[in-house]
Design a protein around this ligand. Sequence first.
Ligand SMILES: Cc1cc2nc3c(=O)[nH]c(=O)nc-3n(C[C@H](O)[C@H](O)[C@H](O)COP(=O)(O)OP(=O)(O)OC[C@H]3O[C@@H](n4cnc5c(N)ncnc54)[C@H](O)[C@@H]3O)c2cc1C
Length: 385
Amino acid sequence: MIRDQASQAALLDDVRAFVRDVAMPAEVRVAAGDAMPEDLVEQMRRRGYFGWSIPEEYGGAGLLTEELAQANIELSQAAVAFRARVGINTGIGSESLIQDGSAALKRRYLPHLASGALTSALALTEPEAGSDATALQTTGVPVGNDAYRLNGHKRYITLAPIADLFTVFARTEPGARGKDGITAFLVERGTPGLTTSGSTPKMGQEGAPIGEVFLRDCVVPADNIVGQPGGGFRILMKTLNKQRINLAALATGPAIRMLDEAIAHARKRRQFGRPIGEFQLVQALLADCKMEIEAARALILETARKRDRGENVTMDVSLCKLYATEMCGRVADRVVQVLGGEGYTAGTVERFYRDVRAFRIYEGTSQIHQLTIGKQLLREPGGRP
Ligand SMILES: Cc1cc2nc3c(=O)[nH]c(=O)nc-3n(C[C@H](O)[C@H](O)[C@H](O)COP(=O)(O)OP(=O)(O)OC[C@H]3O[C@@H](n4cnc5c(N)ncnc54)[C@H](O)[C@@H]3O)c2cc1C
């Protein structure tokens, strides 16, 4: 749902200008340094990007799902590191707090997340708990009546090396299994017992570090629990339900950018005395990219509108995440093909090809979303969502 067409158009124009004039010219610098320079972070803060999804009463823009999806499709046309730097605050790093946090926690943290003064992270994955998040081994043991002692080890956590505020999931009921007895805690950097690793080397997404989080006798006030003790898994699912639309949008922007690169190349590059864009086999590669990008965009925006109308989108968000991220991988592959050797050698397309590979792994692998969709089809009468 778009509340006001004029202000949404102004927002999208601003993001397009940022991507074109600031982010794209800085992509090589970000990748080479494997870090997002502070001057670029400051520009995103000033433009209000960190607060897109945070309610207006806490200093954010309070964007609805469709408004946020449109903004994410634009911002993600720059290198993935740009949207990763703001996207945890506008996604998994704030959503649990927005949906289920106490009034006191919201007042304490949301204004700083909206301004970008604080950077957030969501710490769920562990060495033994990946796709099966309910296998987590991090524990939270009550200390008196008003605190918990956390012990555990998280890995692959986006922005862990630089984040200020972590949403940590821990088992607080020792006998509980599966989804039961998991609690979400907000833990500030600087809390004794919380440490993080440096940046874990990875295939791409330079400038968007991932790392480990260690919790060793880390005592956290019970007031920092998001929602109710033991209710963490339900909170996580609600957060991811929305985030899957965000991620689908964030996978569509890179596909649009890669297709733009392929079109420009097909016009310029000449073989057999003609631009390669005149060859119909090259045109077919471009057409297939365009067809799938527009299918993803339509699916994402329709799902976002359904969510804004309050409809159940549990299966739709998996369709979005699965389709858009797989689509992005196919587009990346075709675009490398259109560019030939120039696509394989270091450069914009080669960088995107590596960057987007992660989309099919995090926030539910493609296989986990296939299972989710399959189960729901079989559960519903007549296979209807
Ligand atoms: C760049 C990056 C950023 C990340 N950021 C975060 C973050 O911010 N916070 C966080 O908590 N985590 C984060 N993660 C972790 C991510 O969510 C996990 O990597 C993901 O959930 C998969 O877990 P895994 O890596 O342990 O793979 P595994 O679960 O071991 O999966 C390996 C393979 O087995 C398949 N598989 C597993 N179970 C089944 C099944 N039942 N049926 C069929 N196939 C199955 C998977 O689909 C996959 O192909 C990040 C990961 C990456 C790569």
